[in-house]
Design a protein around this ligand. Structure first.
Ligand SMILES: Cc1ncc(COP(=O)(O)O)c(C=O)c1O
Length: 398
């Protein structure tokens, strides 16, 4: 049987904390991971309080714990609490910063091939809106952002670099710290999409040197759906005009006057999913308690075992890139549509998801790769589940 060598890892307790593992073999962590009981209870208990005493009253009652969500998030990424905004998802978090960025015509934005589909669509719209130029940085021999090409383009002058740390479409982990160091050397604004890497890979915004980071709750953090967060470095706030302001983001100071609030809360909405926000906090506290440093080692080791076993199956190709690979394992089976593979696995209570080339045009499409199955490991997955998965795929690929 497959074994990840770490006898001290509290897998039994973690799996007891994860009710979903009794129902499914869940390798769709890059879609949405199974939440642990403390997250589930936090969300459900808040909804119950809303039903018992009223939504506004339940929020007032939870105020201290709501404030603590910012402290936990800041601790997770090495920032300050007032640099965090809680936003409904990673896309809107990223949008709030990038749509709000004060671009001038002719500004050059450099992006990586792994950039998330919605980010690219947004940049294409901003290109039309502000007459900015978009430059795609090549991949290096490992499929990571090519740092030599990046530096060449930075040297020509660039306003912003956008990097997706780990793409939706594979196991790649882009060298965020090295990109940050280059951006810093050329004084270029650095926006990091950490949607797949948050909770999967240890992240420290000061070490990375990004001015903006966007993330979600539901993936590797194991939080609820419909909530995410944005980090904006304090000193970068005046380079962004929030695209929307409401009574949480600004104060109506006179009949015709308003003032934007201090800190990153200017990117938030007044109305929000309070249960989700508390759930995000519970998920981050859970991750902090286990430490991402530790859990990352296990989930990567499981993914590596999965890759090495899948690659030996008939008619199967692995498509992951990167020198340093994470938990997302992508593959396709010759002669079998990836959607069909995923559906057949789902029928056996084995969860995966798929990514089509149209959702990764600069990556999968460019490499001529068809729709891939994504099997994404998490630290709570067991070695037995890897065995079950490989056997099920083996039956399909033969
Ligand atoms: C790399 C990456 N960025 C951004 C997103 C968007 O996240 P959300 O669905 O929370 O907006 C995803 C979602 O899969 C993603 O994989």
């Amino acid at each position: 049987m497959t074994q990840v060598a770490d006898e001290t890892f509290p897998l039994t307790r973690i799996r007891e904390d994860t009710p979903g593992v009794n129902e499914v073999v869940h390798f769709n962590n890059c879609g949405s991971a199974l939440p642990p009981t403390p997250v589930l209870e936090t969300v459900i208990n808040h909804l119950k309080r809303e039903a018992s005493i009223g939504g506004y009253e339940a929020a007032d009652e939870a105020q201290e714990r709501l404030n603590a969500v910012y402290d936990s998030t800041a601790k997770l990424i090495g920032s300050q609490a007032h640099e965090i905004a809680v936003i409904e998802n990673a896309t809107r978090a990223w949008d709030m910063a990038v749509y709000g960025y004060k671009f001038s015509p002719g500004d050059r934005v450099l992006l990586c091939r792994a950039e998330y589909v919605s980010n690219v669509i947004a940049l294409l719209q901003l290109k039309e809106r502000h007459q900015i130029e978009i430059v795609v940085i090549d991949d290096d021999e490992y499929g990571q952002i090519d740092l030599v090409h990046l530096e060449e383009e930075l040297a020509k002058g660039a306003e912003m670099v956008t990097l997706t740390h780990t793409p939706t479409s594979g196991g790649l982990i882009n060298p965020a710290e090295r990109v940050g160091a280059l951006c810093n050397a050329y004084d270029t604004f650095f926006v990091l999409d950490a949607c797949q890497s948050i909770g999967q890979t240890p992240i420290n915004v000061k070490e990375i040197g990004c001015q903006v980071l966007s993330a979600t709750s539901r993936k590797y953090l194991r939080g609820p759906r419909g909530v995410g967060f944005l980090y904006v470095e304090e000193s970068a706030l005046d380079r962004i005009e929030p695209p929307f302001l409401d009574l949480r983001a600004a104060t109506w100071t006179s009949d015709m006057g308003y003032e934007i609030v201090d800190g990153a809360k200017r990117f938030e909405n007044w109305e929000t999913n309070f249960a989700g926000k508390l759930g995000l906090g519970a998920a981050i506290d859970y991750a902090l308690d286990l430490t991402v440093e530790k859990t990352s080692i296990r989930l990567k080791a499981l993914a590596e075992i999965l890759r090495s076993r899948l690659v030996s199956l008939n008619h199967l190709s692995i498509h992951d890139q990167g020198e340093d690979k994470g938990g997302i394992v992508t593959f396709s089976i010759e002669g079998l549509e990836s959607e069909v593979v995923s559906q057949k696995l789902r029928a056996q209570k084995i969860n995966t998801s798929t990514t089509a080339p149209g959702a990764a045009r600069l990556d999968l499409d460019h490499r001529g790769i068809p729709t891939v199955v994504r099997a994404s490991t998490h630290y709570y997955n067991s070695e037995e589940e890897v065995d079950i998965f490989v056997s099920a795929v083996d039956r399909l690929s033969n």
